[in-house]
Design a protein around this ligand. Sequence first.
Ligand code: SAM
Ligand code: SF4
Length: 360
Amino acid sequence: MTKSIGQILKQEHFTQKDIVQLLKSSKEDEKILFTKSSEIKLKYIGKYVYFRGLIEFSNLCKKDCLYCGIRAGNQNVNRYDIANEQILKAAKFAYDNKYGSLVLQSGERSDKIFVDRISELLKEIKSLSNNELGITISLGEQSEETYQKWFDCGAHRYLLRIESSNKELYQKIHPNNKDHSFEKRMSCLKNLQKIGYQTGTGVMIGLPFQTYEDLANDLLFMKEFDIDMVGMGPFIEHSETPLYQYKDQLMNLNDRFRLTLRMIAVLRIMMKDINIASATALQAIDPLGREKALRIGANIIMPNITPTAERANYLLYQNKPCIDEGADDCTNCMEARINMADGEIGYRQWGDSLHFGKRQ
Ligand code: SAM
Ligand code: SF4
């Protein structure tokens, strides 16, 4: 017999079947789901929203993920690599504007020059901010030694999406070689956790071949892995990628958007004290997408503070928002948006995952 939404929401744990039912909610049930997830957010996390100033400092990448616009095989990308001085200037901007944290993100590279450069940058950012800026990095798969080195230099959070916890689907959206193996991704996540990072992961929602059962399993995976932070967003096709050939089989963009909000709401109920980011890709579909996610469960937002000249070249997907705004515009716009979502900005605070604190 099918359970009512009220029955499911009263349970302490959700099964895969319960989650599928929540993800497929009717409009009326969706309201009940969102009311519950907002209440839980307010009770366990509060109304503060934390800024992570996002610096997408390079689109050079050695990987060839089949969904990503800046994959190595895309010859049409203008490749860039922002100089260290510019990165430090953006970090100083974040510090001066009372941001609590930064995210350094780029395509994946693991040569010694890159590894050493990141180590130096981490130390310099710590120094220019009197140790006050928290640093998240999102630089793909690296050796355990590299992760440890960057941790020792001051990074304390790491974002590495599992993309899909279904191994078969993971393999379908990545080239079939040892550089793109599911096992490697899993072992990287385990190493990050072992080293002591606040470990973040996430998935893309609305991928070709993906089922509701896959998405339910993704949420169960995050719980089982005891993850501290999650950033998940809609998959948005890019015409210069191999996955574009499946564009006619995809759910429409609005449905991907709604499904992402439901994923966030269900996850908030399942993992009450983790940090959940409101993904930029939500705004690519709905101009108020990120605010909607904040209302129903997310508590982290990542204003883009990458120097404007390079933003248009970090196109993971098309119609990416805010590519022609300066960092100042981005911050002002965020402030207004967060107020609109009844939130308050946690200026100067790291806004660490409460879950991580309890896990230690
Ligand atoms: N290179 C690092 C990595 O892969 O972890 C960090 C940067 S990568 C661009 C960050 C995330 O962008 C990926 O984990 C992926 O989920 C997301 N992404 C890439 N292409 C996308 C697309 N077409 N639609 C939505 N998200 C996408
Ligand atoms: Fe490179 Fe990350 Fe894009 Fe994969 S998702 S191609 S690793 S930038």
